[in-house]
Ligand binder design. Structure first.
Ligand SMILES: [Zn+2]
Ligand SMILES: [Zn+2]
Length: 381
């Protein structure tokens, strides 16, 4: 590769024998003629260690904070865009391929909320000569609306999840839980970088909750999770929205969640002669405990989570009263919390006869002792 006897194409000086091959700036394409190698003097005269853009624009979404990178929006979960600016400037800077032992640092200077001046300092060694170079790149943070936020603002959605309950209205707890489940599901999808995951609208209606979801698949995923955690079931139906020019039919899906008729913590009377039941689980067949005896109760297979039963009240309605006396294996005396008269009531096996006070529920079916919260083996998912 000796270039002996060659002359510098710029100044005409002869180039000393044994000079190494000197490739030119990478990426500069045909702008520089690498066929003819310059002498050191001419080479350094036009040498740039760093190739820097005049300015950098960092596009961020003013609604969700996402950053536009490459050709797409990315959630970065940052309030401060300085790091992003440093990163994008660093990526945009080109260093001469001939440079060796290159070291560099970038220092951001925040001018105002939307403007950062990036000072970059480089050092390296070229043709055995140490060189340094400083460049300043102005960075402008441009606040825009990302695709997803644009869709949300435009009210775009593909499916609706309706949360209702069988024979009653969903409780505040159930509404809250259903909303949380949807938000957690969407957040988990976002976490994986899925920018198609969003809830356009959550609306409380008289008999439940309506949520507009970005895709069918996610609407179904949410309906599935709500029923897995709160019991009940869901059905889907589709409605033709429009036909596009190609005759493609566009449907919108509705996932109708029906929460179970009875809920955990409710006291019901299946009217089978064995007295009231505190409901412990409505996932699968309704399960509970008999208030008169403490025995387990499970609805028959056909009845599932909705056996025919009379509603008597809720665990929250229980009052604490005095345990007056233990009569025998089947009966104790407690004070009626309303009249303060001593009453003989059934003695369930979960009752701790050493207790001074016990929780009782007074209903159409009479006065019954409830399990204390700690004894309860309710399976709360
Ligand atoms: Zn020259
Ligand atoms: Zn956004």
């Amino acid at each position: 590769m000796s270039r002996s006897g060659e002359f510098c194409p710029r100044c005409g000086d002869e180039i000393p024998e044994g000079t190494d091959e000197r490739p030119e700036l990478a990426g500069a394409g045909g702008q520089r003629n690498s066929e003819h190698v310059l002498c050191d003097a001419c080479y350094f005269e036009e040498f740039d260690l760093v190739d820097a853009p005049d300015t950098i624009q960092v596009r961020v979404c003013s609604r969700c904070g996402a950053v536009h990178k490459g050709n797409r929006w990315v959630d970065i979960g940052a309030e401060d865009y300085t790091d992003i600016a440093v990163e994008q400037v660093s990526e945009a800077l080109g260093i001469h391929v001939d440079a060796q032992s290159v070291a560099w640092q970038v220092a951001p200077e925040q001018l105002d909320k939307n403007n950062i001046r990036m000072h970059a300092e480089f050092s390296g060694v070229i043709r055995g000569t140490p060189v340094t170079e400083e460049v300043t790149v102005p960075v402008r943070i441009s606040r825009q609306t990302c695709k997803r936020c644009g869709k949300i603002a435009g009210g775009s959605f593909a499916s609706i999840v309706q949360v209702r309950a069988d024979g009653r209205d969903p409780t505040d707890d159930e509404r809250e839980r259903a909303e949380e489940i949807a938000e957690e599901y969407i957040a988990a999808r976002e976490e994986t970088g899925d920018r198609n995951a969003f809830i356009t609208e959550t609306k409380s209606v008289d008999d439940g909750l309506d949520m507009k979801i970005s895709t069918n698949q996610m609407g179904q995923g949410i309906a599935k999770r709500i029923t897995a955690q709160l019991g009940g079931s869901y059905s889907d139906s589709r409605r033709l929205i429009s036909e596009d020019e190609d005759g493609q039919e566009l449907y919108r899906m509705t996932y109708a969640v029906r929460l179970p008729r009875y809920r955990q913590g409710e006291v019901i009377d299946p009217e089978d002669g064995d007295g009231p039941v505190l409901v412990r689980s409505v996932q699968g067949n309704l399960k509970g405990v008999r208030l008169a005896t403490g025995e387990d109760y499970e609805a028959s297979f056909e009845d599932g989570e909705t056996p025919d039963a009379r509603r008597l009240g809720f665990r929250e309605d229980a009052q604490t009263t005095t345990l007056v006396a233990v009569e025998d294996d089947n009966a104790v005396q407690v004070l009626d919390p309303e009249t303060f008269e001593s009453k003989t009531v059934p003695r369930p096996d979960y009752l701790d006869t050493d207790a001074d006070e016990v929780p009782v529920l007074k209903s159409h079916a009479g006065l019954h002792i409830l399990p204390t919260k700690g004894d309860d083996t309710e399976t709360d998912e």
